[in-house]
Design a protein around this ligand. Sequence first.
Ligand code: FES
Length: 167
Amino acid sequence: MMSSKVSRRQFLSYSLMGVGGFMASAMLMPMVRFAVDPVLQPKGEGDFIATPQKVDELTEVPVRVDFTIKDRKDAWYKSDVSNTAWVYKEGDKVIALSPVCKHLGCTVNWEGDKHKNEFFCPCHAGRYEKNGKNVAGTPPLGPLDEYLVEIVDGFVYLGKTVPNTLV
Ligand code: FES
């Protein structure tokens, strides 16, 4: 008849395997988590931010619309972030352009004294057409980004920025 006793050598061997397995999983779990974390994050594509801009007050002339993204998380830090868009109507369509210049990131303005019907970047004299297309021969090498737009109860809601679809 076989003895069911565990020898001292077996006990030590099982104990070391258990501790080794625990330590290996403690090291591997953060690596696996780091590798798959972006996949697990919510995309947030449905996040539209309310702005104070009424749709029926919009015209074909771009207006500056300031809005606030509440409680934006940056690691452990939460804060409200101010943002801006240039918004206008093209027929029934509401268009919102990012004011961030595609040269070095300054803020573009609609029309200066000498720049009728254009966005103008004061940093290095970058120019854009009304639809955000960069004017050839000026520093910006690409068009202004566009915000995703939703209309809710007559107000403009803005989503994330996407590459310009108008040019
Ligand atoms: S940052 Fe706008 S033209 Fe340079």
